[in-house]
Design a protein around this ligand. Sequence first.
Ligand SMILES: Nc1nc2c(ncn2[C@@H]2O[C@H](COP(=O)(O)OP(=O)(O)OP(=O)(O)O)[C@@H](O)[C@H]2O)c(=O)[nH]1
Ligand SMILES: [Mg+2]
Length: 419
Amino acid sequence: MAKFIDYTNVVFKAGDGGNGIVSFHREKFVDKGGPSGGDGGNGGSIFLVGNSNESTLYNFKYKKIIKAENGLNGESAMKHGRNGNDLFVDVPLGTVVKKDNERLGEILEHGQSLLVVRGGRGGRGNAKFKSSVNTVPRLSENGMTGEEFTLDLELKVLADVALVGYPSVGKSTIISMITNVKPKIAEYHFTTLIPNIGVSSYKDKNFVVADIPGLISGAADGKGLGHEFLRHIERCKFILHIIDSTLPIEEIKEKYDSINFELSKYSQKLSNLEQKIVVNKIDSIDKDKLEIIKKDFPNAILVSSFNKDDMEKLKSLIATELQDKKYETVVEEKKFNYYRYNPNKKEIEVIRLSEDAFEVRGSLIDYWARRIPITTDQNYSRFRQKLISSGIFKMLEKQGWKDGDSIEISINGEIYEFE
Ligand SMILES: Nc1nc2c(ncn2[C@@H]2O[C@H](COP(=O)(O)OP(=O)(O)OP(=O)(O)O)[C@@H](O)[C@H]2O)c(=O)[nH]1
Ligand SMILES: [Mg+2]
């Protein structure tokens, strides 16, 4: 059986944009054609997509880097480079996506998608730079790097209702009777090691039921198994608290209280969650015991999980309870957009390295250094122009540089010489 993986981190790398190129029409007997360098393709972006057939994050246990395709470079004859394909990665419903502890979004529905990294924009080819003043443009742009983030994926199982209780009270038996899952059932404690999630239906309503491993006293502090899974049931709309009627009445009460204590100790949310009490195994107790239990738990529903009618009753109760309960969740979807630079002019920094060498830092400068390949004189002039309008030469003057003196500027680890 696949392990239940409910937390992982993965590197998502969107595709880089392809470069635009410089090229000119070349036809036989035609001396000089116009510019014909095509644009680079956009890099592929990555989306997470909710898939109700996935139940764990197991797929990401070994696959730690997920990459989308790069855009291809432009070609001559105005050929646009192919865009990198976007990548759609299936995740189970209930997957919460975080970056540096900030929540990017959450997948709640089958088919719902969340953009996690944006592909880099392709660069323009020289055909795009043709103008009345520059009919022979030797200008082009490189594609931008696609976004790359390490994201935390956290699965909070999305069940409508959770079966909660001590080990061996019959939780797995109940889920096997009311849903499509067939978990292991046995008399010994801790038969269930990872949650079982099943889909049930009553009349035309479908709902998802979770059976989590049995809880024991001390669960919230890590005793037994159930604590690991308590966070999953925080998302439920309500809890079915299952009680074993065959135990001595004092023990029943103690266990009932201790489960509630563990829930409240774990979180405010869990202790506030609405509960319905289900007293199970009534096939194995006598009338007197049944009466006592009825008195102690007047609002409980009394069932035997072996009895079909009882299980129908239970399903009907769940369906009624769920009628007007909705998940309270926030889904913040980023609007899809190829990665555009969003530079901050103010953050430019000029550091003097020596008499005639400076290091310049800042997102605007980095952007242009990456965007404009210094492969032609025109590209060089354009780059220089971008640096001038960014204001760095004024900043350099303040640091003692004189216009006309040659200067070495280091950007992104590359050295540029200007004079
Ligand atoms: N007599 C009787 N026995 C039941 C009933 N429901 C479950 N059992 C038995 O109780 C034992 C435990 O059942 P499980 O469904 O495995 O219990 P669980 O709550 O899932 O237990 P853990 O997974 O260990 O937490 C099994 O031997 C079941 O056959 C019932 O309604 N009546
Ligand atoms: Mg079980």
